[in-house]
Design a protein around this ligand. Structure first.
Ligand code: ADE
Ligand code: ZN
Ligand code: ZN
Length: 287
């Protein structure tokens, strides 16, 4: 879509100036939004929808008290809210990810999360605010939105990894399936792969189907661990799968149909893990 607009000759005299300006603005916004996004809105909704199926009555009541009766955590205005305010509050930008180096042997907060400006520390911080019944309703409601969103973000493997200072794959140019679809590796993992798997299916139905696939053993396995361990696991997914077959080079890398099909399980498992873990954090916060 973008490529088709890009290949339009913008200096064509027959296109009025105002239309050319509009095209330029749309292009700028689509590039800018693409760069700041996390899981696309679909991913965040799926994670929250899975979590909703595992909430205690107390957690459900606590959430309703904070959001009001008309909003759910799986509404995009809740689950994607931190992406929407990111531009107005630039200090929140680094909270969406943690750049654990590709070659690291472990997560090192001194190296990877200086002064707490990363997704691991921010999930811990906002989970504490949410738990604190002495905190104001306004700050707890905001903490809820951040927790819902950031637990999703950190399970996107490129939100927990960087290789060769590539800003979580944002600087890795790719062509996707056909040569005409250009982009970067980060956006592939934020939204493009998932949109391939969804193939226009209803997002809520897709989430419910993922939820129904979660086994009791997986529930047990995923329930344990710290936020830091979840980030390390996400990083390991990036090393084993996301970057596999993606060489370090300046010319665009073509992602094959095998890459797309082969990573379906990785994407879906990360979404399921995030949903279960989000429900656990929320159930604890409203105990
Ligand atoms: N900017 C720098 N590193 C990033 C990452 N891992 N994910 C998203 N944005 C980033
Ligand atoms: Zn985000
Ligand atoms: Zn992202």
């Amino acid at each position: 879509m973008m490529m088709r607009i890009e290949s339009t000759n913008l200096s064509n005299r027959r296109i009025p100036v105002c239309v050319r300006t509009m095209i330029a603005v749309v292009l700028f916004l689509s590039v800018a939004v693409g760069r700041v996004g996390a899981w696309g809105w679909e991913g965040h909704i799926i994670v929250a929808r899975i979590a909703e199926q595992h909430l205690t009555d107390k957690a459900k009541a606590g959430i309703t008290q904070l959001l009001g009766p008309d909003l759910k955590i799986s509404d995009t205005s809740v689950a994607s809210w931190p992406d929407n305010i990111r531009r107005d509050r630039p200090e929140t930008g680094p909270w969406h990810y943690v750049d654990i180096p590709f070659e690291a042997n472990s997560y090192d907060p001194t190296r990877d999360c200086q002064t707490g400006q990363c997704v691991v520390a921010q999930i811990e911080h906002f989970a504490a605010v949410l738990t604190d019944t002495n905190a104001t309703t306004v700050s707890r409601a905001e903490a809820l939105r951040f927790v819902v969103h950031f637990v999703g973000d950190m399970h996107q493997p490129l939100h927990s990894t960087e290789r060769n200072h590539d800003r979580g794959g944002n600087l890795v140019k790719i062509t996707f399936l056909s040569e005409s679809q250009a982009g970067n590796l980060h956006s592939v993992w934020d939204s493009i792969l998932l949109r391939q798997y969804l193939k226009g299916e209803d997002v809520m139905q897709y989430a419910d189907q993922l939820n129904s696939r979660i086994t009791p053993q997986q529930m047990k396995d995923w329930a344990g661990g710290s936020v830091a361990e979840w980030a390390w696991e996400s990083h390991q997914q990036a090393v084993a799968h996301t970057y596999a077959g993606v060489p370090i080079q300046s010319t665009p890398v073509n992602l094959s149909p095998q890459y797309v099909a082969g990573n379906r399980e990785v994407v879906e498992t990360q979404l399921m893990r995030a949903g279960i873990r989000l429900s656990i954090l929320l159930n604890k916060a409203f105990q």
